[in-house]
Ligand binder design. Structure first.
Ligand code: ADP
Ligand code: MG
Length: 378
């Protein structure tokens, strides 16, 4: 009887144990199924962050910058829907085109200047994220950074282009917000921060606090204007005609905001066409000459910053006074610009690390928090 009891107890125990085991199994299976589902979900939903800049378009996918191309396309003049090249390839063709090819910078002045070209560019660059066509086309979640001056119609155009390129969900973020996130500023704090983004077409001067844009100004003096200043200076002082690309190279190699740099770059040879004789010639150019050429444009940026500081609410101005300002965008790489601004504005000036990538990095951060950040536009 006793033995029977024990065996009965054992059986009961075994049943209970097997129940627990089954439960455990089913729980485990559930977790596995969930991860599988998540895996499949991730497999089908890919996330990308896009910085649609006037000069450069960058795309982040899986925390890596996978596309970094100048924002330019080459189109067939007879059929503008026919895209011949995009990015670096199109830039190589720039100013060297003939009757049947036209190069276009779709976002020239911080607005979409050419809708058709912008759409073709966005679609083509997104395609580059997946060079090989995957078996199952993933559904994309995209976060696109747009200039804050962009109109509703232009926003619609950006969304449409992304949807055309396969996006199921498109979120937008304003450029200064993305820049601030990319610089590493805690944008949600009740503290004012001033961000100056010197891009290709425009310089944006923005004060951010409590996850919102408090004041935002933009002037059309930035990289392109610097390049034009250099072309003009070479024409005037050396009677040398040069193209936009050569002028941009000069800006990158010996561009400066001050005539007395601590570690000055060497003079560089510049080739172009003599204005008088019409024959190709070479001249040597120093950074001081370029600093002189850029002086007026940089002065206009300084004036705009001072004006922005005047219109900043006093409590936020006090924060900016304590923290200083942040400069980013390609223009922030101009030699001595931080020192020059600091001397003029009498505040500390911080240059973002890798300023050409702040915005895309910030856009990537916003993408990861797309359902949390209030400033993400859906
Ligand atoms: P956008 O956001 O408008 O696309 P970017 O922030 O990418 O602009 O900056 C592009 C601009 O920065 C271009 O005008 C380019 O010539 C300029 N730039 C890039 N590198 C340098 C450099 N080292 N010195 C000065 N200007 C630079
Ligand atoms: Mg930019």
């Amino acid at each position: 009887m006793l033995i029977k009891d024990i065996s009965l107890e054992n059986k009961k125990f075994a049943v209970v144990k097997s129940n627990i085991f089954l439960q455990l199994c089913s729980h485990h299976a559930q977790i596995q199924f969930h991860t599988l589902k998540m895996g499949i979900f991730n497999f089908f939903t890919q996330e990308i962050a896009i910085d649609l800049g006037t000069a450069n378009t960058l795309i982040i996918h899986n925390d890596e910058v996978v596309v970094n191309e100048p924002s330019i396309v080459a189109l067939d003049r007879n059929n503008p829907k026919n895209l011949l090249a995009v990015g670096k390839k199109a830039l190589m063709m720039h100013e060297k085109t003939h009757e049947s090819i036209r190069t276009v910078r779709p976002l020239r002045d911080g607005v979409i200047a050419d809708f058709n070209a912008a759409e073709l560019m966005i679609r083509e660059l997104i395609k580059q994220v997946y060079p090989k066509k995957p078996l199952f086309a993933p559904s994309w979640r995209m976060m696109v950074c747009i200039p804050s001056s962009i109109t509703e119609v232009e926003k619609r155009a950006v969304r449409d282009s992304c949807e055309q390129a396969g996006a199921k969900e498109v979120y937008l973020i304003h450029e200064p917000m993305a820049a601030a996130l990319g610089i590493g500023i805690d944008v949600e704090e009740p503290v004012g921060n001033m961000i100056i983004d010197i891009g290709g077409g425009t310089t944006g001067i923005t004060v951010i606090a409590l996850a919102g844009i408090v004041c935002d100004q933009s002037i059309r003096i930035a990289g392109d204007e610097f390049t034009a200043d250099i072309m003009e200076a070479l024409r005037r002082y050396h009677s040398l005609l040069i193209g936009e690309r050569t002028a941009e190279q000069i800006k990158i190699q010996v561009g400066a905001a001050m005539k007395d740099l601590d570690s000055p770059p060497d003079d560089i040879p510049v080739n172009g066409r003599d204005l008088v004789t019409g024959i190709p010639k070479q001249v040597m150019v120093s950074y001081q000459e370029i600093a002189e050429a850029l002086d007026k444009s940089i002065f206009k940026i300084e004036e705009a910053i001072l004006k922005a500081l005047e219109t900043t609410p006093p409590e936020l101005a006090a924060d900016i006074y304590r923290r200083g300002l942040y400069i980013t965008g390609g223009g922030a790489l101009l030699r001595g610009l931080d020192k020059r601004l600091a001397a003029k504005i009498k505040l500390p000036v911080h240059v973002a690390d890798d300023p050409l990538k702040s915005v895309v990095r910030g856009t990537g951060i916003a993408l990861k928090n797309y359902d949390r950040f209030p400033f993400v536009m859906r």
